[in-house]
Design a protein around this ligand. Sequence first.
Ligand SMILES: Cc1ncc(C[n+]2csc(CCOP(=O)(O)OP(=O)(O)O)c2C)c(N)n1
Ligand SMILES: [Mg+2]
Length: 388
Amino acid sequence: MSKTSTEVAASAGTLPAAQAAMAASVLQPAAEGQPEVPMLQFITPQGTLNAGEQPLPDVPLPDPETQLWLYRQMRRIRHFDERAWVLYRQGKMGVFPPYGGMEASQAGTAAALTTQDWLFPTYRDTGAALTYGLPIAQTVAYWRSSPHGWYMPEDLKITPFYIPIATQYPQAVGAALAERKRGTRNVAMAFIGDGGSSEGDFHEGLNFAGALNAPCVFILQNNGWAISVPTAAQTRARDLSRRAEGYGVPGLRVDGNDILAVYAVTKAAVERARGGEGPTLIETVTFRIKPHTVADDPTRYRTDEMTAGWDTKDPVLRLREYLLAQGTLTEEGEAAMLDEISAEFEEAVAAADALPDPTPAEIVDHVFAQPTPQLRAQRAEIMEEDSA
Ligand SMILES: Cc1ncc(C[n+]2csc(CCOP(=O)(O)OP(=O)(O)O)c2C)c(N)n1
Ligand SMILES: [Mg+2]
């Protein structure tokens, strides 16, 4: 951040006192004795190749074909995020947690999986789910709170978006161990936020995975905020990747706004897990530019000064600059790509619109495979009320 602490503290003065005190902690220096793990970064925010020494010399830059494909994945999920805002304002979508600005962290990680692998996303990770292969129409239905979006397709090993923070970590370990028991080489990837990494389940999950050498890849998206609480206020730790050390698990840090670095490091961790070498924690260092959800008003707890500089680190523009300079992408090629992405999205929204309206009783229909007598009674009651 280019602002001085005095400037940011002064801008925090426009916030209510409690929020200002918390916001000021954004500037706390790292506690002594906490060495920072260097971040892998291939592409600088200016869109040039980082010529500096890299902390993970064995992790190679993806080839140009992969780079272009990753650019497409980011564009595709950015399109969803931008259109979701519009649909929300039109009353055609429910409350949605946006991930705009975090596309590299979501697409770059999920792109390293096949659909034989497991994905455990949180509410923030619609972008990762779309990259993995969750159909857009179903995703729209989910964020409309329609029962048509409640199931995940049978041919995908993706769980519903986790809302209870951190519960997905131990469960992902269980899925990974089940795969190993079946003799496959499939892995489980679970997401969490910076806030979630202070929950007990995060630590239990990592310990469990480490002790049993589970084929897991843990993605910790450090986006600077847990709703209104800045990372620096919710933990004294300044380098969340190092939390893995306590469990004997490698913890890596990557520039979460550089998709080439995110993809390369995740791919290496996935291969490691497949090869029976155990779990890895990857901290993707990014930023939540957007509100917590489309219904949140972040001006109540942070000022523009606190988010300043992050727009220039945009993951989509960064890779775009690089690909154009390399000649891997042309403006015409990009225009065609964006047209295809937009057409795919509109077709999917039309498919979601065409899904039949749910009946009120569906709220109890999907609780158990075989409904209990109580649920059957509740269902009858709901239907009676509805028809009255
Ligand atoms: C167990 C649990 N406690 C509290 C909440 C309320 N809650 C919803 S989002 C959130 C913040 C999570 O922040 P972070 O893990 O950084 O994820 P981000 O929203 O930044 O992606 C909290 C506390 C919850 N959903 N589950
Ligand atoms: Mg967060």
